[in-house]
Design a protein around this ligand. Structure first.
Ligand SMILES: Nc1ncnc2c1ncn2[C@@H]1O[C@H](COP(=O)(O)OP(=O)(O)OP(=O)(O)O)[C@@H](O)[C@H]1O
Ligand SMILES: [Mg+2]
Length: 234
């Protein structure tokens, strides 16, 4: 049975879709069967992988047989588009069934979770095995994560990943604060992922962090390698 890993933060623009594409692709390179799914009707993580969803047959029409909505994006990596107003009536039951079916077929189901409150997100948080939270190292994000950890969904948080990090005193201060906060909690605080022109260029080209020969990408690949190792072994 597959493991559901949700990438979630209620704040926008922190790197949820970026982490989703990189973690999903990294897992697939290790010969895992990976489904990337989103609760974001913009299907951003698909675009970041170099594809475009024009609309049409989203998951809502295919609760049991997902075959004709599957978009094969890389070897071992399939994407399932989600449209707005998905699933109609009986929402919760249908969503759970979709995930049950995906779990039978894939080793990992990575969910790029939109920063909105709706039934789909509620159910995902209920059934997910773990939650990875990308954050920026600033005052509001740090306050947000320390609040979130005390909520019900906070119990499933396995990792916090500082992203878009700059080499500033404040960024260092917030990283140290978070290290202290999370030490001994069982939540893994990853090394900070820098704000990088490499990631910017890869987003533009529709590629992942594992699809570049740039030397500048190596430290970032190592951080993702560590995160992916913990998804597999955690
Ligand atoms: N480490 C990084 N270095 C440079 N650019 C990055 C990095 N991480 C993300 N980005 C860029 O920052 C922007 C926001 O990232 P992303 O779309 O992944 O955030 P998000 O949390 O999914 O946003 P939303 O809340 O809108 O769904 C994107 O243009 C992405 O390419
Ligand atoms: Mg996004």
């Amino acid at each position: 049975m597959g493991k559901i890993v949700t990438i979630k933060n209620n704040k926008g623009g922190v790197g949820k879709s970026t982490l989703s594409k990189n973690i999903a692709h990294g897992l697939s390179l290790l010969e895992n069967r990976v489904a990337l799914i989103t609760s974001d009707a913009q299907n951003d993580s698909l675009i970041l992988l170099g594809r475009w969803f024009e609309g049409g047959k989203g998951l809502k029409y295919h609760i049991q047989t997902t075959d004709d909505v599957r978009i094969k994006i890389r070897e071992n990596l399939d994407y399932f588009p989600v449209e707005t107003d998905i699933f109609g009536n009986n929402l919760k039951k249908k969503i759970k069934l979709v995930f049950e079916n995906l779990k039978k077929e894939y080793d990992y189901i990575i969910v790029d979770c939109a920063p909105v409150f709706n039934v789909l997100n509620d159910v995902i948080l209920e059934i997910t095995d773990e939650i990875i939270v990308p954050i920026k190292l600033d005052k509001l994000s740090t306050a947000g994560i320390t609040r979130l950890i005390n909520k019900a969904e906070g119990k499933k948080i396995s990792m916090v990943v500082p992203n878009l990090v700059r080499n500033t005193k404040l960024n260092k201060k917030y990283y140290e604060d978070l290290s202290t906060f999370f030490s001994g909690t069982g939540v893994f605080l990853s090394e900070p992922i820098p704000e990088s022109v490499v990631e910017e260029a890869l987003a533009e080209k529709g590629k992942t962090i594992f699809e570049t020969g740039s030397k500048k990408a190596i430290p970032i690949q190592e951080i993702y390698g560590d995160i992916i190792g913990r998804v597999i072994n955690g």
